[in-house]
Write a protein that binds this ligand. Structure first.
Ligand code: PEP
Ligand code: MN
Length: 346
């Protein structure tokens, strides 16, 4: 942290700042400039609370240097975190991992059939919600445990690892028994007890950005999971609330290179929730891969008009095959390649 003094700050005021820094247990280094003095804070492990200096006179600006998150930062780990998945693909390396499937598991047949079709089109991870966080309590809430069992069946038949949402601390164990990746949804991004609990679950976590959360808050949420000793965190940009209702959310593509600069953690993009409009999923998927996304999370339904949730943004398996084809081309242009589906008969 750097405390920049006002131009007319007196030597006593600079001295008071130095004393406060030392009282907090850090080293103070005054840097006298031609016009003003700045005092650097040294020896701190994490970020220093600026409020500790709010009562002192003569300070113009407090400039934080250390990010408030630590283990999630690039400073903590310079090289990318690569998360290996059952089936052979890896998120965070050279590959772009495509995760696809319906918003919700609706029946055994629906999920097994969709799993086969997205795998044949090039997906390497199957998505599908058994516990659904719905804005209305009267909307379809997901099938719960049977949904998890059918996801596991779809995995057994296709070889695709499964990502599915866990909504509360009580069901972490149950979901972790069936899933390969635990999804924490946008609405739960700052459910700190859930973050801590998935941090202890021993499975990779897909952490979706809250739709009113800053990138710093997303990385702080990841920090909760990392702080519990789970370093397998995949971030997900899924759109934030914009002022224009023309799309359901505003997919923040700039967050992708920004996260890559600030953090070693992989980040995938969800162009389905990010737009809410079927016809806009393909262009935003292409753009996300071009922006450097480590993967895509795409909602695919065999009959979108009959989907029990998010039908308006679901694409068909045929449209998904075209999305994969185009994104494979884009990945090549930016020096990546699409992860290849697991070789399992079925
Ligand atoms: C989902 O993936 O189906 C979902 C509910 O996503 P989000 O938490 O981003 O709204
Ligand atoms: Mn959905």
């Amino acid at each position: 942290m750097l405390l920049v003094m006002e131009r007319g700050a007196t030597p006593e005021q600079v001295q008071a700042v130095v004393r406060r820094i030392e009282e907090l247990g850090y080293e103070a280094r005054p840097l006298a400039g031609r016009q003003r003095t700045a005092v650097a804070v040294l020896g701190n492990d994490g970020s220093v609370d600026a409020a500790r200096f709010s009562d002192l006179a003569g300070i113009k600006e407090v400039v934080p240097v250390t990010e408030p998150y630590w283990k999630a930062s690039r400073e903590w780990r310079a090289e990318n975190t690569v998360i290996r998945l059952p089936g052979g693909s890896a998120i965070g390396g050279d590959e772009v991992v495509v995760m696809a499937g319906p918003c919700s598991v609706e029946s055994e047949r629906q999920i097994v059939d969709t799993a086969r079709r997205v795998r044949d089109a090039g997906a390497t991870v199957l998505r599908g919600g058994a516990f659904k966080p719905r804005s209305s309590p009267y909307s379809f809430q997901g099938l719960g445990k049977p949904g998890l069992e059918w996801l596991a069946k779809a995995r057994a038949e296709t070889g695709l690892p499964v990502v599915t949402e866990v909504m509360d601390t009580e069901s972490v164990e149950l979901v972790a028994r069936h899933a390969d990746i635990l999804q924490v949804g946008a609405r739960n991004m700052q459910n700190f007890s859930l973050l801590r609990r998935v941090g202890q679950a021993g499975k990779p976590v897909l952490l979706k950005r809250g739709y009113a959360a800053t990138v710093t808050e997303l990385l702080l949420a990841a920090e909760y999971i990392l702080a519990e000793g789970n370093e397998q965190v995949i971030l997900c940009e899924r759109g934030v609330r914009g002022f224009d209702g023309s799309t359901r959310f505003l997919l923040d593509l700039a967050a992708i290179p920004l996260v890559h600069q600030l953090s070693h953690l992989p980040i995938v993009a969800d162009p389905s929730h990010g737009t809410g409009i079927r016809g806009k999923v393909l262009p935003m998927a292409r753009a996300a891969v071009a922006a450097g996304a480590d993967g895509l999370l795409v909602e695919v339904h065999p009959t979108p008009e009959q989907a029990l949730s998010d039908g308006a943004q679901a694409i068909t398996p045929g449209e998904f095959a075209e999305l994969v084809r185009q994104c494979r081309g884009i990945a090549g242009v930016v020096g990546r390649r699409l992860a290849e589906p697991a070789k399992v008969a079925g």
